[in-house]
Design a protein around this ligand. Structure first.
Ligand SMILES: Cc1ncc(COP(=O)(O)O)c(C=O)c1O
Length: 305
């Protein structure tokens, strides 16, 4: 009889698998449905990005492993992109880490931060990889409720002192899935001050950075922590560039957090395929030209309701 680790049971059910079963059941009864079960775009990846990836297939130098934090070119483009967008300066060698998607990074980071029993402060509702990563690391979950009367922002002063004392990480994610709330910069400033006071790593998952329909660009948490004292932020090409299936994203921020995540990651994978990395470079270099029509399509759909 095969014996499995306790952490497997602790991972519980997978919400995406549950939704998939529910969709299949309805479709098999011939019912049409609008699929809101997963934040996966149904729009195609831009031809420019696809062409770069296709050309890379013909180039044998892209066919091997991509070791050591992916390519210097990609890390440099990411650093420049963060500066142009958010006015944050980053050392591409120590403060940037390419990833196989934001989910990969947020799920692996707790292995670098938590000893068994250490607390992670997570939002409720929140994204499954945030919870799953903490569970895999043997951490203890503390759910910070997100309520409409507080603009779906956690009330940091409501967290019990005993819990704060044992907390090693806090995970935020704005624009927020699933409430669509956007956090103002002054909330991030308060969160940074709180985390610094209590020596808690502040993790910001930022996949919907571009998917807003009104107002200014949502802030990066690094604008509230320009010295990168305590924050790490995760971005992905899945949403803004409709590249979900290509699996590419990155982390930026505090060099010790980046180094710790790199150490965990280096046990697990050898980075994304270089051709896809070149596609992501083309995406980031395209400014807002690729993003704009995507946002417009989603805005039109939203307004149709
Ligand atoms: C909050 C959040 N983080 C991460 C992801 C996944 O990002 P990636 O495709 O880069 O792994 C999603 C996708 O729905 C998400 O909603």
């Amino acid at each position: 009889m095969i014996q499995f680790a306790d952490r497997l049971a602790a991972l519980g059910r997978n919400v995406f698998a549950d939704m998939d079963r529910a969709k299949t059941a309805r479709k098999s009864r011939g019912l049409d449905l609008i699929d809101l079960s997963l934040g996966s775009s149904d729009l195609p990846t831009a031809p420019l990005i696809c062409q770069v990836i296709a050309q890379s297939l013909e180039d044998p130098s892209t066919h091997g492993y991509t070791l050591f934090g992916s390519t210097a070119e990609f890390r440099g483009v990411i650093a420049q992109w963060m500066t142009e967008r958010y006015g944050v300066s980053l050392d591409p060698e120590t403060e940037v880490l390419p990833l196989i998607g934001s989910q990969e990074g947020t799920a692996h980071l707790p292995l670098a931060l938590l000893n068994p029993g250490d607390v992670a402060l997570l939002t409720d509702p929140g994204y499954p990889s945030h919870y799953g990563g903490v569970t895999l690391a043997g951490g203890e979950l503390y759910a910070m409720p997100l309520l409409p009367e507080h603009g779906f922002l956690p009330q940091l002063d409501q967290i019990p002192a005993e819990t704060v004392a044992r907390a090693r990480m806090m995970v935020l994610s704005y624009p927020h899935n699933p409430t669509a709330a956007v956090a103002p910069l002054d909330f991030f400033q308060r969160a940074v001050a709180f985390c610094r006071r209590h020596s808690i790593a502040l993790v910001h998952d930022f996949p919907y950075a571009d998917l807003v329909f009104t107002g200014d660009r949502p802030p990066s948490v690094l604008q509230a922590d320009p010295t990168k004292s305590i924050c790490i932020e995760f971005y992905t090409c899945s949403k803004s560039y409709n590249m979900g299936g290509f699996r590419i994203g990155f982390a930026v921020g505090n060099p010790d957090l980046i180094q710790a995540l790199r150490a965990v990651k280096s046990v697990v994978d050898f980075n994304q395929y270089q051709g896809i990395t070149r596609g992501a470079i083309a995406a980031l270099r395209s400014g807002d030209a690729i993003i704009r029509p995507t946002v417009q399509t989603f805005r039109d759909r939203r307004d149709a309701w």
